[in-house]
Design a protein. Structure first.
Length: 451
């Protein structure tokens, strides 16, 4: 009787571990490493988005569900070590720009995100993806990302009371006589040290440490900064307050107001995903000799579908996380890494009462570090070339000084067009940029005359 070949293990059949020089143990360790690097989002995303009026407990569940859905889809469809979760930056814009400043109901804002996912899905499944990537100037991409990063830093510090209003200087540092401000200061010094020392899970570790210390630090109204949770472990609850609350009617009735926001969400998702995928697959040695990304359509479509499902549960744009590179450095080469991340997010659902009580003093240092990472593109500014420097700097400064990303994007775009024309570079202005100018003019006209 001929020798029978041993059956191929399911993990090998599904993820091709041997072909990518990996193993089950290696992938699980890589997944745990990635999860540790990005687990801060379970505390930070609800802390930010609860400012819209949504229930923080519902947002913890929605954040985890979005991460589970996206990471599982990435694992089984794209077979890449890319973890997916609600995006930093988009959650800040949705909360503080769209809802708080513009007065958009959070139900309408979630509808915008879902439509963004649909647009991104169309782009992902067509050749339009390459055209958009080519026609949006690099200076506008850098300016928008840096502006959002600066806004994240400011919002984190303001929420923790480290930055306060001042009638003379508009803003000032909070009083160091307040223990809560001292706790934030300690976190601002501790967190970058943990990151520089490459401590695994540095951001979530700093959040845990500051939350625990907050149990003993006096805050407002005679209460401690951190309140004791009702329980440590509890069965996951259904996010009934946020599930299925999208208001497409509001979006249809205010489409001119929504257009610049839709553009931001699409660009943020598109270029964030593109940069993450290029960086992570490059670090893993998975790109083809011609530089192409394996299963690129599946990767982009996964992000798009996740950004459709995410707002259904109550969260903002969902995207692949650059923190996935930590798992790659730990040996992750296949979708099993992303599947491990999804399993760990599922387990975190049972700790939702703990994530609800994380104070802003604990999340502020993590927000500052995330904001700084988003400003890295500023290193590529050629200040000797005003056509490049002016749009980026104006976008950043107007965004943070007015607290409004749309104003920063508009001024940055207008300045790019005018300075390019003055420099004799009119041919470099694409149809997409001219279209943006029209969108921003319409937006300012509607918001000035109607809202």
């Amino acid at each position: 009787m001929p020798d029978m070949m041993p059956p191929t293990p399911p993990a090998e059949r599904m993820f091709k571990l041997r072909a990518r020089n990996s193993s089950l143990r290696q992938e699980i360790i890589a997944g745990a490493t990635t999860f540790a690097a990005m687990a801060y989002i379970i505390a930070v995303n609800p802390a930010i988005m609860s400012g819209t009026g949504m229930d923080r407990g519902d947002l913890v569940i929605a954040t985890a569900i979005a991460a589970i859905f996206g990471s599982v889809l990435m694992a089984l469809w794209a077979n890449l070590p890319l973890a997916v979760a609600p995006a930093m930056g988009s959650n800040v814009v949705l909360t503080f720009v769209v809802v708080k400043q513009m007065g958009v109901p959070w139900q309408g804002a979630l509808a915008m995100v879902a439509v963004t996912g649909i647009i991104f899905l169309v782009l992902s499944l067509s050749r339009l993806r390459e055209k958009v990537a080519r026609d949006v100037p690099e200076v506008l991409k850098i300016g928008i990302q840096a502006g959002v990063g600066t806004l994240i830093v400011f919002i984190g510090l303001r929420g923790a009371g480290f930055v306060v209003a001042n009638p003379n200087t508009l803003v000032a540092m909070g009083s160091l006589a307040k223990p809560s401000v001292l706790l934030t200061l300690f976190g601002l010094l501790l967190t970058p040290v943990l990151v520089v020392r490459r401590i695994p899970g540095a951001l979530i570790l700093s959040i845990v440490v500051l939350t625990v210390i907050g149990l003993f630090v006096p805050g407002a109204n005679g209460q401690m900064v951190t309140r004791m949770p009702a329980a440590i472990i509890a069965l996951p609850r259904w996010p009934s307050g946020t599930f299925g609350q999208l208001d497409f009617g509001w979006l249809a009735g205010h489409i001119l107001v929504a257009l610049p926001i839709l553009f931001y969400f699409v660009c943020a998702e598109f270029f964030s995903t593109l940069g993450t995928v290029i960086g992570v697959t490059g670090a893993a040695g998975l790109r083809a000799p011609d530089g192409s990304i394996p299963n690129a359509t599946a990767v982009f479509a996964t992000d798009a579908l996740s950004s459709i499902v995410g707002p259904v549960f109550g969260t903002s744009v969902v995207t692949a996380y650059i923190e996935s590179v930590t798992g790659v450095q730990a040996g992750g080469r296949t979708g099993l890494t992303a599947l491990t991340v999804a399993v760990l997010f599922a387990l975190s659902l049972f700790l939702w009462p703990v994530f609800v009580i994380v104070p802003p003093q604990a999340t502020a240092p993590a927000l500052v570090l995330v904001g700084i990472l988003m400003m890295q593109g500023l290193a590529r500014i050629d200040f000797a070339d005003f056509a490049n420097a002016v749009p980026i700097v104006l976008t950043l400064l107007v965004t943070v000084l007015t607290g409004n990303l749309i104003n920063g994007m508009a001024l940055g775009t207008f300045s790019f067009v005018l300075v390019s024309l003055a420099a004799g570079r009119g041919r470099e202005i694409s149809a997409v940029v001219w279209g943006l100018c029209g969108v921003f003019v319409a937006f300012w006209a509607v918001t000035t005359l109607v809202m």
